[in-house]
Design a protein around this ligand. Structure first.
Ligand code: KIV
Ligand code: ZN
Length: 514
């Protein structure tokens, strides 16, 4: 059977970033984009250029750097968004503008307060404008799965006539059910007269845990682009997980008439990188990329696997990049070895000073930890890059005393807007004492929503990567810190979150109706 190409459109840097607290800096996005290129995704949705100057810069940097994947920016179906997207994409070898407008009755009436005819007209003008600026335009019918069939057909036909080469039918609220959603895609492809002039795409949210199943059902019914994210990151319950889609069509070749161009050996390293940068840990039982995904706990399974692997394993752990974490560097490694390993990981710095700061951190780490893995380097670079934010607060020194029978006490020296300040506090535990000390000084009026620690690698000398999620007036940020001392990492993560809160927020593409 000849196979069609299934286009993998990764939206980790756009929809993934819409997860509360997952916002990333330009350099973090660039690191992920380089890894997505190595993974050989077809399209990288790099952001929503008009949402903030930072997002514009991130889309631009990715467009200027990536050569093998198409780089895409989201734009609402209005002139300023589309022009801003085109501006950010100017340097791209292959650029795509992804423009969208809601087409379901509920969204048109309450969010847009527009009549269907107006929506249709606006969609057509947006696609035409975008096509005048770039050759590759995707149009999405937001809330497509709840859009009336006849209206969807009219909008799609008009958008294709206006020049859209890809038509995306999102299941925006994760309401779809596999059989029904797949059938809808199949019927649209049959009913739209010019359907053969466009690729049909799907974009499923996971509110009912059906995002991957819905996407695969659509593939069986003719969709040839799937929009997905690494680790299933995304708005609310997330998007369809890239790794699951890719491995499903590959493992069940007998069922799916498609193949992807993905280099699956980069799946696990990319998953780890996204988790480390966003502070969203991967659950251990997550398919493909969870720590237990290939662990055979029970004796019967182990015996079977040892006798004949296929008895219980349908995929090979090493094929998707498990075990790729090598000891790469140690105490004696010099600056050249350090820089060359970073280059292999797709990491570069804008200035020599940043490289020098990263190298200094590496030396400190190598003094405490004998074996430095790729994951350690990624965490270290995240640390260094997180300090590129305007640093209102930074940790200078810290002493924590924790004795049985006594309340732990934290004594911190923190620089606030350049002034060195000292603060002491007691708490229920050592971490509590540190956070109380910081709050005594800062009085941020935030709510602590999450505190989590993950070991970057194995063993007790591993670095602890701490995530602190703070909420203030509805805005959520994830601060991160990594260190072999989890208390230091905790203080850094808390201060990083506070620094994020003082940076300007950005526009949400779907909540700000046009
Ligand atoms: O979920 C959705 O509908 C989206 C669109 C902007 C494509 O993210
Ligand atoms: Zn979405």
């Amino acid at each position: 059977m000849t196979k069609d190409r299934l286009i993998i459109f990764d939206t980790t840097l756009r929809d993934g970033e819409q997860s509360p607290g997952a916002s990333m800096t330009r350099d973090e996005k660039l690191r992920i984009a380089r890894n997505l290129e190595k993974l050989r995704v077809d399209v990288i949705e790099a952001g929503f250029a008009i949402s903030s100057p930072g997002d514009f810069e991130a889309v631009k940097a990715i467009a200027d750097t990536i050569v093998d994947s198409t780089v895409c920016s989201l734009a609402r179906a209005v002139r300023p968004d589309i022009e801003r997207a085109a501006e950010a994409l100017k340097g791209a070898k292959r650029a795509r503008i992804h423009t969208f407008i809601a087409t379901s009755p509920i969204h048109m009436e309450y969010k847009l307060q527009m009549r269907p005819e107006q929506v249709l007209e606006q969609a057509v003008s947006a696609v035409k404008l975008a096509r005048n600026l770039v050759g590759d335009v995707e149009f999405s019918l937001e809330d497509g799965s709840r859009t009336e069939f006849e209206f969807a057909c009219r909008v799609i036909e008009a958008a294709i006539d206006a020049g859209a080469g890809t038509i995306n039918i999102p299941d925006t609220v994760g309401y779809g059910e596999p059989e029904e959603y797949g059938a809808m895609i199949g019927r649209l492809i049959q009913a739209v007269p010019n359907a053969d002039k466009a690729i049909f795409s799907v974009h499923c949210h996971n509110d009912l845990g059906l995002a991957v199943a819905n996407s695969l059902s659509a593939v069986l019914n003719g969709a040839r682009q799937v929009e997905c994210t690494i680790n299933g990151l995304g708005e609310r319950a997330g998007n369809a997980a890239l790794e699951e889609i890719v491995m499903a069509v590959r493992t069940r070749k007998d069922r799916y008439p498609v193949e992807t161009g993905i280099d699956i050996s980069h799946i696990v390293p990319t998953s780890r990188l996204v988790s480390s940068i966003t502070g969203f840990p991967v659950q251990p039982n997550k398919a493909i990329v969870g720590a237990n995904a290939f662990a055979h706990e029970s004796g019967i399974h182990q015996d079977g696997v040892l006798k004949h692997r296929e008895t219980y394993e349908i995929m090979r752990a090493q094929d998707v990049g498990w075990g790729a974490n090598r000891i790469v560097l140690g105490k004696l490694s010099g600056r050249a070895a350090f820089a060359s390993r970073l280059e292999a990981l797709g990491i570069s710095f804008d200035t020599k000073e940043e490289l020098a700061a990263a190298f200094a951190r590496f030396k400190e780490l190598a003094d405490k930890k004998r074996e430095i893995y790729d994951e350690d380097l990624q965490a270290l670079v995240s640390e260094v890059q997180s300090q590129e934010l305007p640093e209102k607060y930074s940790l200078v020194t810290m002493e924590v005393v924790s004795r049985t029978g006594q309340a732990p006490r934290a004594d911190l020296a923190i620089r606030v807007d350049g002034d060195l300040q000292r603060v002491v506090a007691e708490g229920d535990g050592a971490v509590d004492a540190i956070f109380k000390a910081i709050e005594k000084l800062v009085n941020s009026e935030t709510n602590l929503q999450l505190y989590s620690v993950n070991a970057v690698t194995e063993g007790t000398e591993a670095q602890g990567e701490v995530t602190v999620r703070l909420e203030k007036e509805g805005r959520i940020v994830n601060g991160q810190g990594a260190d072999t001392d989890v208390l230091v990492a905790s203080a850094r993560a808390y201060l990083h979150a506070l620094n994020l809160l003082v940076t300007p927020g950005r526009l949400h593409p779907q909540l700000e109706g046009v």
